[in-house]
Design a binder for this molecule. Structure first.
Ligand code: GLY
Length: 354
């Protein structure tokens, strides 16, 4: 089947990266269709963190061009959030539970200051257990479930088409669906996270993609004074009148979206150390997702090595944060514009091919 209005670009995956890329391409004048299976992906399961300082700059080995790309994306979010009516929560409170964590956060404070961003030492709020606290006004988060709906509204109101179907075969300019349909487009962008590995035989660069399972829980507990509280791998988000607690991170777990007892118990017990009043809170929901990761934890964005097929995946812990900048980057790449060579080298999907 050929689409009635033949799209020039077909994006697989209506998660944050697929939607933001679709919106950017539509604004640039392309005809775009999104193909999505309708199943919950990593974007839905995520905490919705927009945290370039905590997630990237805190790691002294994280390359500067990547930190700058993430900071640019955080800025793009400010505009996109207004256009699409997405609520952004801020500030973030970073807690140090040990002297080692104090050192890490002091290092982050220095790098943030060099980047012109504020990370201020503040008292540890009542009810939280930590040695030191730092407040970062520029670190934000969003509610992924609400944001996915808002971005989809924006995509469709700009003229984008949504096709519901499970992509199960790919070749240059052609996408096969499980229900037997074949869709055609000049350009195909694979933005369906770890699920893109189902095409690894046809698109060998996808062999580098691996899952890192994450699990989270929602508990009935009064919201905290700071909407985002982070300590080590734990984040506690005040959302919809309760708390969302994330997240486990298991690269060895089988790639199944099951909620597993031991990891969730450990997560909740670590969160309770930080916030003792959690002891009597009711767990109302727990869920899991698969982060799409790469060997160097940097995304794969760019030409796949197959004619007309681009990748926009491998965003690891930062799909929501990076989505607008990936959308802008891919739009320029597909339109034949010159891009920053450092970023092209960092993101090239073929960097793992020997
Ligand atoms: N961005 C936080 C996480 O992946 O858990």
């Amino acid at each position: 089947m050929t689409l009635p209005r033949h799209p020039s670009i077909m994006i697989v995956g209506a998660g944050p990266v697929g939607l933001c890329t679709g919106i950017a391409l539509l604004k640039d004048g392309h005809r775009v269709a999104l193909v999505d299976s309708g199943a919950h992906g990593a974007g839905w399961a995520s905490g919705g963190m927009l945290a370039p300082l905590y997630e990237m700059a805190a790691d002294p080995t994280c390359p500067d061009p990547y930190v700058q790309f993430a900071l640019k994306s955080a800025e793009l979010w400010q505009v996109l959030a207004q256009t699409c009516a997405v609520d952004l929560q801020s500030p973030s409170l970073f807690l140090a539970r040990t002297q080692e964590e104090v050192e890490v956060l002091l290092g982050l404070q220095q790098r943030a200051n060099r980047l012109g961003l504020e990370v201020a030492t503040v008292p540890v709020p009542a009810g939280l257990r930590a040695q030191a606290a730092f407040q970062a006004p520029s670190e934000r988060s969003l509610d992924p479930r609400a944001a996915l709906k808002s971005l989809m509204n924006q995509f469709q109101s700009l003229g984008g088409d949504l096709l519901v179907g499970q992509a199960n075969a790919i070749s240059p300019h052609r996408l096969g669906l499980l229900d037997g349909r074949t869709l055609e487009a000049e350009t195909i962008v694979l933005a369906h996270g770890f699920n893109a590995t189902s095409f690894r035989q046809s698109v060998p660069t996808l062999k580098a993609l691996r899952p890192v399972k994450g699990q989270m829980a929602r508990v009935a507990h009064p919201e905290l004074a700071s909407p985002i509280v982070r300590a080590g791998r734990i984040y506690v988000l005040s959302r919809s009148g309760g708390l969302v607690i994330g997240a486990t991170s298991d690269p060895l777990a089988p790639p199944a979206p099951s909620v597993d007892v031991d990891p969730v118990l450990t997560l909740l017990s670590e969160a309770k150390e930080l916030l003792p009043s959690l002891a009597t809170a009711a767990v109302v929901e727990a869920w899991a997702g698969l982060r799409p990761d790469t060997p160097d934890h940097l995304p794969m964005v760019g030409a796949s090595g197959m004619d007309g097929i681009y990748l926009a995946t491998g965003t690891y812990r930062n799909g929501w944060l990076l989505a607008p900048a990936i959308g802008a980057y891919l739009t320029e790449l597909i339109s034949g514009k010159t891009l920053d060579q450092d970023l092209m080298n960092l993101f090239a999907p073929e960097r793992f091919s020997s």
